[in-house]
Design a protein around this ligand. Structure first.
Ligand code: NAD
Length: 259
């Protein structure tokens, strides 16, 4: 499949995990890329894994800083002339599992800044350009944590619920310019973010438990999330907008009743 030939895609959080897998998938389908991450080494590793001949730019930056986002979008346009697909994928979990009475405002500010402001800022500057093109696709990486509680801390879950609602709102804002906005909601996937969970489970012989609550009885791989992102960003999804697609092995389909 070459659904992305002659298309320009900007992917945030592309220095690891799901973002790296998305970069590889879109490049393999012909996309030219702007890869964004705060981790320069991670970006270079991603570049080294792209198919030979892939067109790629990288930008080490913080997605929650407005001036950096504005500059990144301007530089992408200066180089490529257009942006067809935006993947707002950068995110942090924060590692704070405090319950409601013990929450820290600092944790909330940190997580909301990356997971929600970052998505809003890139959407703001890229959609201005997509309006002029009268075309574009935006795919946000939310989470099953934004649909159900219980994965990540409460700030993380609230941020991802915000991403899902912002996805729907943006789809309504931008549909008249032929700009589609969708989200993927991954279940548990082994990446940099979840590595401590996997390391702990393996050290304690509990790896099988990690996928046990999914109807498919296993956790997911980054490339399985990337293929859903690639679908939503492509013309195959030309009549899909405002949706949050759970890519979770059936996890959120079930009540997971005990027994
Ligand atoms: P990851 O840690 O491997 O990748 C996230 C990337 O985002 C990292 O390279 C990190 O450097 C980058 N990043 C973080 N903050 C940034 C910032 N302020 N500016 C620029 N880059 C920044 O984790 P991942 O699992 O691949 O995460 C990708 C997305 O998937 C996140 O939005 C995450 O919330 C979401 N997600 C992951 C899982 C999972 O199980 N791994 C499940 C649901 C949702």
């Amino acid at each position: 499949m070459q659904r992305y030939s002659n298309k320009i895609a900007l992917i945030t959080g592309a220095g690891s995990g799901i973002g790296r897998a998305t970069a590889k998938r879109l490049a393999s389908e012909g996309a030219s890329l702007m890869l964004v991450d705060r981790n320069e080494d991670g970006l270079q590793q991603t570049v080294s894994e792209l198919p030979e001949g892939a067109q790629v730019m990288t930008r080490a930056m913080d997605v929650s800083v407005e001036a950096e986002v504005e500059q990144c979008v301007a530089d992408t346009l200066a180089n490529y002339g257009r942006i067809d697909v935006l993947c707002n994928n950068a995110g942090i979990a924060g590692g704070d599992y405090s319950i409601a009475p013990e929450q820290s405002l600092e944790t909330w500010q940190k997580i909301i800044a990356v997971n929600l402001y970052g998505v809003m800022l890139f959407t703001k500057y890229v959609s201005r350009h997509m309006q002029e093109q009268n075309a574009g696709a935006i795919v946000n990486t939310a989470s099953v944590a934004g649909i159900r509680s219980g994965a990540g801390g409460n700030a993380y879950s609230a941020s991802k619920a915000g991403v899902i609602n912002f996805t729907m709102t943006s789809a309504c804002d931008l549909g008249q310019w032929n700009i589609r906005v969708n989200a993927v909601c991954p279940g548990l996937v082994e990446t940099g973010m979840t590595q401590p969970v996997f390391d702990y489970a393996r050290a304690n012989n509990k790896e099988a438990k990690l996928g046990a609550r999914c109807e498919l009885r296993r956790y997911g791989r980054p490339d399985e999330i990337a293929s859903a992102i690639a679908f939503l960003g492509s013309d195959d999804a030309s009549y899909v907008t405002g949706q949050a697609l759970a890519v979770d092995g059936g996890n959120t389909a079930s009540l997971n009743l005990p027994g």
